[in-house]
Write a protein that binds this ligand. Structure first.
Ligand SMILES: O=C(O)[C@@H](O)C(=O)CO
Ligand SMILES: [Mg+2]
Length: 252
């Protein structure tokens, strides 16, 4: 059974951030992630995670105003200085939080120059932080318009071209389904590169149950392929977080 993490940017938002940790623990999660913790006090977050025995699994490199805006700079030609400053900030936060992964966000860009910038920036980051685990995540452009990394085959090509041992795939089954139409087949093709998995229902990005993705089958597929990382619940609760937690029983 995969270890489950709660994305606290999406779940338990009925509560203040530091109280979401205890709620996640009560619900049965053993890890947490926060997309952009840059306007929060790492000491309080670390204390809350430790108090509940939760692993801090992942955070993202910052968007322009630390807590929101277009997603990332890694693929923006000419954005190298900003990318490097932001990456160092993410590295510092990840260190303070004890985060297992840093998701390096590509940003909105297109074309061969963007591809080269992404590869150059990721290569720099991989060498800058050889002990860190870095992730890239293909995302569907209906949710993230213009996002550079919108294709799993492109992500695989880029990972191969960089060839760094400390960069892998953040496999978000919701995006996989929206991009390819078949999240399970996409896992069969690309799951070997995954270091972190996220889940949500399609359509709607609500609870991972009863939609276009057969999640019990997806979890069986993860187990059969030997995936031993976290699976993070990154969905928008249809009503309240607590009311929607029944899916935990279906995949357990
Ligand atoms: O899938 C998503 O939206 C997130 O995992 C993310 O990192 C984009 O901010
Ligand atoms: Mg995701």
């Amino acid at each position: 059974m995969a270890r489950l993490a709660a994305n606290l940017t999406f779940l338990f938002t009925e509560l203040p951030m530091t109280e979401r940790f205890a709620a996640a623990r009560r619900a049965g999660f053993s890890g947490v992630e926060v997309l952009f913790p840059y306007d929060l006090a790492t000491r309080e977050l670390t204390r809350a995670a430790r108090a509940e025995g939760l692993e801090f699994v992942a955070l993202n490199t910052p968007p322009p105003n630390w807590a929101g805006g277009p997603r990332g700079f890694a693929a923006i030609p000419g954005g190298e200085d900003r990318f490097r400053r932001d990456f160092d900030r993410a590295l510092r936060f990840a260190g303070e939080l004890g985060a297992r992964h840093i998701h390096v966000m590509a940003g909105r860009a297109r074309g061969p120059e963007a591809r080269q910038s992404f590869i150059r920036n990721l290569s720099w980051a991989a060498a800058r932080a050889p002990q860190a685990s870095l992730l890239i995540e293909p995302a569907n452009t209906a949710d993230l318009p213009g996002y550079f990394l919108d294709d799993f085959d492109l992500a695989a090509e880029i990972l191969d071209e960089i060839g760094a041992p400390n960069i892998g795939l953040q496999f978000d089954a919701y995006h996989a389904q929206r991009i390819t139409g078949d999240a399970l087949a996409c896992w069969d093709r690309h799951g070997a590169r995954a270091r972190h998995v996220q889940i949500a229902g399609v359509p709607g990005r609500h609870e991972p149950a009863g939609g276009d993705i057969d999640y019990p089958a997806f979890f069986r597929r993860l187990a059969a392929s030997g995936y031993d990382g976290f699976v993070s619940a990154e969905y928008i609760p249809a009503t309240t977080t607590e009311a929607g937690l029944g899916w935990l029983t279906d995949v357990g």
